[in-house]
Ligand binder design. Structure first.
Ligand code: PMP
Length: 453
């Protein structure tokens, strides 16, 4: 039907009927919307036929490019069988096969897969499972959570309760449960005023002391392993996450790894946890699980957690949680095809070269006058723009610096989306070297144009 509508009509209808997420709609209504009609490999194509490099993998989800033949085929094949049947009281073929594959690639010890349909729900599930686990194992005082400043785990109220980004979360504070917040290592703006590595990760003592003090009432600690994505790609010092994991184990606190952003190759490993040999008690995945095709999420956990929910029907130990589209067969089929590409093409082993290329290409960004910090983990990049490099003073919010950089990049055929004044780059894993070069060039020139002229 959309083909019958002219582009101007589409734009008009968008403005008339749609409320976009994380978008100041007054600004949106004043602009011309970019309307995507198609995709091909690393490119998005708009209704006017213009091509744009997808520099943030369609918000961190796309893995092997758009219209990847094997995934397209898997979804259409599944469509010829069934699009959806309920997972409450029934099972389905691709969901069973996928659970086996997920367990095979997941960190050791994660043996059980609970499906949902987005990152926020995968985290909600982990929180509720952790809470209920202690209730059903005779530790009823263990009801609270430790989470991190600058953390982001989604937009539902449970996930927001363990979030730590004031801009997104503070409005809702009266609605939230009270989690204990500890500082996260934002080394560029260290809250202790120290410098890595001389600091010897002094920030860990706060985590250590908080755990020791509250262990009797703590159900779990929730963390984005190795890198806080939505806060602006804040990379942790090596070994930090592993130390937090070990402390959690020592204190009898469950460790929830939120791999929603980092999972499926983004960090250069299958999961960020793999980079430090971390075995979480619970792990939330979403985004890249389907190769970026369809909404699907999963919370993986251990046999030990699972067993605490098994019992006689009358004991009511059941996990009373489930979403209507849980384990949607089309999404599971896409995920299976995506995992198959990982395996067949030995994708993780091949990422090193791209990660190094990106790292190398980012070095010249240090010559720009307003790049304060450049952070990278695998194919996840954050370039923090500042008004003053010496003092690290941020730009005033009304300058809309990053937004202007995004607009400039768009004029030159690149889609990126900032976080505050951090320019985020997160290309699909399948991006070619030529396209990576283009991504770097356009971003560099856009930053220079906006901040230096
Ligand atoms: N956790 C992390 C670490 C995320 O980055 C995100 C989304 N950016 C979420 C959870 C929430 O995922 P969703 O938007 O699919 O609910």
């Amino acid at each position: 039907m959309s083909e019958n509508l002219g582009n101007e009509e589409l734009a008009r209808l968008d403005k008339q009927f749609i409320w976009h997420p994380f978008t100041q709609m007054a600004g949106w209504l004043a602009d011309e919307p970019l309307i995507i009609a198609a995709g091909e490999g690393s490119y998005l194509i708009d209704v006017k036929g213009r091509r744009y490099l997808d520099g943030v993998s369609s918000l961190w989800v796309n893995v092997f490019g758009h219209r990847r033949a094997e995934i397209d085929r898997a979804v259409t094949d599944q469509l010829s069988r069934i699009a959806h049947s309920t997972f409450l009281g029934l099972s389905n073929v691709p969901a069973i096969r996928l659970a086996k594959e997920l367990v095979a690639v997941a960190p050791k010890g994660l043996d059980k897969v609970f499906y949902s349909d987005n990152g926020s729900t995968a985290v909600e599930v982990a929180l509720k499972m952790a809470f209920q686990f202690w209730q059903q194992t005779g530790n009823i005082r263990k009801t609270r959570f430790i989470s991190f400043a600058n953390g982001y785990h989604g937009d539902t109220l449970g996930s927001v309760s363990v979030g730590g980004i004031d801009l997104f979360h503070k409005t809702y504070r009266p609605l939230l449960f009270n989690s204990i917040k500890v500082n996260s290592p934002y080394c560029y703006r260290c809250h202790l005023g120290k410098t890595y590595p001389a600091c010897d990760m002094a920030c860990l003592s706060e985590v250590e002391e908080t755990m020791a003090k509250h262990q009797g009432e703590m159900a779990a600690i929730v963390i984005e392993p190795l890198i806080q994505g939505a806060a602006g790609m804040l990379t942790f010092p090596p070994g930090y996450t592993k130390k937090v994991r070990d402390l959690a184990a020592e204190n009898g606190i469950l460790f929830i790894a939120d791999e929603v952003a980092t999972g499926f190759g983004r960090t250069g490993a299958m999961f960020a946890c793999d980079l430090e040999g971390i075995e979480p008690d619970l792990m939330a995945v979403a985004k890249g699980i389907t190769g970026g095709y369809l909404p699907l999420a999963a919370t993986l956990t251990t046999r030990k957690v699972f067993d605490a929910f098994c019992g006689e029907y009358r004991e009511q130990k059941t996990f009373f949680h489930g979403h209507t589209y849980t384990a949607n067969p089309l999404a599971c089929a896409a995920a299976l095809a995506s995992l198959e590409i990982f395996r067949k093409e030995n994708v993780i082993a091949g990422l090193g070269e791209k990660v190094a290329f990106l790292k190398n290409g980012l070095t010249c960004f240090r010559d720009l006058n307003h790049t304060g910090d450049i952070r990278q983990l695998g194919l996840m990049v954050g370039i923090e723009l500042v008004a003053d490099r010496k003092t690290r003073e941020p730009y005033p919010i009304e300058a809309m610096t990053a937004v202007r950089v995004v607009k400039e990049a768009r004029k030159n055929g690149l889609i990126i989306r900032p976080l505050g004044d951090v320019m985020v780059l997160m290309p699909p894993l399948s991006i070619g070297f030529k396209e990576l070069g283009k991504l770097l060039d356009i971003t560099y020139n856009a930053i220079r144009k906006v901040t230096e002229t």
